[in-house]
Each structure stands twice: as C-alpha cells, then as structure tokens.
Design a protein around this ligand. Structure first.
Ligand code: HEC
Length: 193
C-alpha cells in the first residue's frame, strides 16, 4: 500500500509539474528520462493498437462479428505478446469492466483506473509515467472507445446484437465489458519497462 501511495504521488507530481523548467542537472536528467520513456510508451502502444485493430477489422470484413469474436478470443494475447517481445517490454490491457478475466486489474492498476475515471468526461486524458519504489518505470495510456468498438462493447440489444452477445457470453461467461458509448474511457494500456 505504501508503494502504491508513493507511486500515485509521483504520478501527481509528473502531472502537476509538466511545465516547470528544471533548475539543476539531476532534475534535467530525470525530466529527459521521463520524456524518453513516455515517447517509448506512446510508440509501443501505437504499434500494439494498430496491430490489434488492423487484425480485428480484417476479421470483421472476412466473417462479421461472430468470426471477429472468435478471432479476438484466440489472437488478442498472441498479438500483444508479439509487441512485448519486439520491444522487450511487458505490455497488457486492463479494465475495471473486463471481458477476459486475465485482464482484471491488479490493485495498483485499479488505483490508476480510479484516478482516470475521476477525470472521465474532461476533454483530454493524458498518458502517465510512474516510477516505482525499485526505480523501474511503468507507462499507462487510456483507451477510449470508438464507434466500431460498440459492435461488441455497446449496449446489448442495441449496438450489440443479442445473438452476438450469446457468442461472447459462451467464451466469457463473466463478461462485464458492455454498456459503453463512443468516447467512453474503456481501460488502460500498461507498459512495464
Ligand atoms: C468483434 C468484437 C469486438 C470488437 C469490435 C472490439 N472488441 Fe474489444 N474485446 C473483444 C473480445 C472478445 C475481448 C477479449 C479478448 C481476450 O480474450 O483477451 C476484448 C477485449 C478488449 C479489451 C481488454 C480488456 C477486457 O475487457 O478484457 C479492451 C481494452 C478492448 N477490448 C477495447 C476495445 C476497443 C477500444 C475496441 C474498438 C477499437 C474494441 N475493443 C473492439 C471483442 C471486441
């Protein structure tokens, strides 16, 4: 718990002090490390998002929602794992309303999600870099829902067809990941360096 509070206070520090100019060398180098990791985090999550969404769109075109659900069920993890190994980091998605129980947030991730949910609705949700007690860096980036995502994460009986939701429930009996609207905060990409 102490380390969590520490990590969150660092998070607030980075958010609050973005615009200040560092006055000594040590602060300057900490600042450049932060920017460096943030940029890496952004390009890694860009790569992961484009690999996942290109494959998803292709599956939707080939066989509609049922085929794409099967595809995500089998391929979502191998695709994010391929990004992890290409960039030599660990990357995953997590959400308070998760579909795959493997994506259930840890207590650290849940605290971050709460932090973001509190800002939900405000215009811009920033990505964050957190320095843990052991000096390692964790990058977090909010995932926002777009229109095409609603086929599988919207309201059941409206955007999500009943028969499609039955297929989703077969694979994910504990599914919580429906009832969203476009623009909603869906969860986080987490990158551990
Ligand atoms: C064809 C249906 C389908 C569409 C369209 C879809 N998803 Fe998903 N989504 C899934 C499935 C199935 C999973 C579970 C994957 C797994 O087993 O890891 C999932 C998992 C997720 C997760 C991981 C957290 C969790 O709930 O397990 C996030 C985040 C997510 N989707 C966001 C999105 C976003 C953003 C879009 C639009 C760009 C989108 N999804 C479009 C079916 C879909």
């Amino acid at each position: 718990m102490r380390s969590l509070i520490y990590a969150l206070s660092i998070l607030v520090f980075f958010t609050a002090c973005k615009d200040t100019t560092p006055s000594d060398k040590q602060e300057a180098s900490e600042e450049s490390t932060t920017i460096d990791y943030k940029e890496k985090g952004r390009s890694i999550t860009d790569a992961a998002f484009s690999r996942l969404s290109q494959n998803l769109m292709k599956a939707m075109q080939e066989g509609g929602v049922p085929y794409a659900v099967d595809y995500c069920h089998v391929e979502a993890y191998p695709i994010t794992d391929s990004v992890s190994s290409d960039f030599e980091v660990s990357i995953r998605r997590t959400s308070a309303k998760y579909r795959n129980p493997e994506n259930q947030p840890t207590s650290f991730e849940a605290a971050l999600i709460n932090h973001y949910e509190a800002q939900s609705g405000s215009k811009q949700m920033q990505d964050s870099l957190i320095v843990l007690d052991d000096g390692s860096h964790v990058y977090a980036r909010p995932i926002l829902l777009q229109e095409p995502c609603l086929n599988c994460h919207g309201t059941v009986g409206q955007e999500v067809k009943e028969e499609h939701y039955a297929l989703i429930k077969e694979k994910y009996p504990e599914d919580k990941a429906v009832g969203y609207s476009a623009g909603d905060f869906r969860g986080l990409w987490m990158v551990r360096f």
